[in-house]
Design a protein around this ligand. Structure first.
Ligand code: CO
Length: 260
């Protein structure tokens, strides 16, 4: 087996040629400056690459990734990225993006302890332990994990919102919007979980994270909302022509708000 990775250099050359062929000025523009509007705080999982899932080119999104998309307020790495993105690049949006089935988050549910990862995940593990009875009552291991993945996204958005970097940006009137998203590897789609925060007042008005665990904005709601948006945009005539969608007069009563 080769000890060098020549094939990766070959792939790189192919990629650079393809880019240049499609857009001769691409690399010249890249070299001049970067002006991304988005900061992505995501998981290191190899299946969730920010640019790819958003269909974005280099230069369009500033990225920080770590295991389980955690935001530690003592983590110089993430704080440096956040400060540079907010203060210097002046990004308008900070997205915390988790993903369902996250192996990092899974460790927070595990019984074994002692690895570095357990230290890394400690705030999430504590959250799980605090609400263990409620989370364990969710039927199915995968569903429990997915719920914890969602809770983790919301926790980390709140942690971003609590940093002096973001507080100062909001205090000086800089437009800065925080988002909590989750990605599903099985279908390649993003879900908007919230919270959406654009000011200190909005942050301070949030119910406690404990309250959100007890009274969740369940993923079904976010998915249903998106599905409803899609259906709302469908051509009604097109829908009516589908025989399986045609209601008979004797069918069970439908809400009057629905189109006939
Ligand atoms: Co992950």
């Amino acid at each position: 087996m080769s000890r060098t990775l020549d094939y990766l250099f070959d792939q790189n050359v192919e990629w650079a040629h393809r880019k240049t062929r499609l857009d001769p000025g691409f690399f010249r523009r890249m070299a001049e400056q970067q002006a991304p509007r988005f900061l992505w705080l995501g998981c290191s999982d190899s299946r969730v690459p920010a640019n790819d899932v958003l269909g974005m080119d280099p230069g369009e999104i500033f990225v920080h990734r770590n295991i389980a998309n955690m935001v530690h307020t003592s983590d110089m790495n993430i704080l440096s990225v956040l400060e540079f993105a907010v203060d210097h690049l002046q990004v308008e949006h900070v997205v915390v993006c988790g993903h369902y089935g996250c192996g990092g988050v899974q460790q927070a549910l595990a019984q074994t302890r002692g690895s570095m990862l357990d230290h890394w995940l400690q705030p999430l593990t504590m959250m799980y332990h605090k609400h263990r009875a409620r989370i364990n009552a969710i039927p199915g291991e995968a569903a429990r994990l997915d719920r914890l993945c969602e809770i983790n996204v919301e926790m980390q958005v709140r942690r971003v919102a609590a940093t002096p970097i973001v507080e100062n940006a909001w205090a000086r009137g800089q437009p800065l919007h925080l988002h909590g998203w989750i990605y599903a590897i099985h279908d390649g789609l993003l879900r908007d979980l919230g919270p959406h925060l654009s000011s200190i007042d909005e942050r301070d008005a949030l119910p406690s994270i404990d309250q959100r665990v007890v009274d969740p904005v369940e993923p079904v709601s976010a998915m249903r909302r998106q599905a409803m948006d899609v259906f709302a945009k469908l051509d009604l005539h097109e829908a009516a022509s589908c025989s399986c969608c045609i209601r008979s007069e004797s069918a069970s009563p439908t809400p009057s708000a629905l189109p006939d």
